[in-house]
Write a protein of this length. Structure first.
Length: 128
């Protein structure tokens, strides 16, 4: 999907809770996704990137220009403001509008664990 198409989909969102998928379903005349819909097991997959596994439901947060941004791992991707990202840097760029190393931009809170951790600390260190 090119940037102009993405921008048009985002502009058609009526509220922040409307996902790009919701916009496309409406545009194509499809019924909205039903509440209580039983998801198939593929929706519970973790997000794996650069050798780090983030379980489904992992929370992400970052601060940019004094504003807090949040995301969640859903169906094998990081979802921020209704948009799916496959890399932390792509998600960070969507917020800053500039090239950003997402591994130092984001903190995460893994389900069942206490506290927030900078995600760069979860990557394995390379030996020289």
């Amino acid at each position: 999907m090119d940037f102009d198409v993405f921008k048009e989909i985002i502009l058609r969102r009526k509220t922040e809770n409307v996902t790009p998928n919701d916009v496309l379903r409406e545009l194509f005349g499809l019924d909205p996704k039903r509440e209580g819909h039983v998801s198939d097991s593929s929706e519970e997959v973790p997000w794996v990137t650069k050798g780090v596994t983030f379980p489904n439901g992992t929370e992400f947060r970052a601060t940019h220009k004094g504003k807090m941004f949040n995301g969640t791992v859903q169906s094998g991707a990081l979802v921020v403001s209704g948009t799916r990202f496959l890399s932390p840097s792509a998600a960070a760029v969507s917020i800053t509008g500039n090239s950003v190393n997402g591994w130092i931009f984001w903190e995460c809170k893994i389900p069942g664990q206490d506290g927030w951790r900078l995600i760069k600390n979860l990557r394995k260190k390379r030996s020289l």
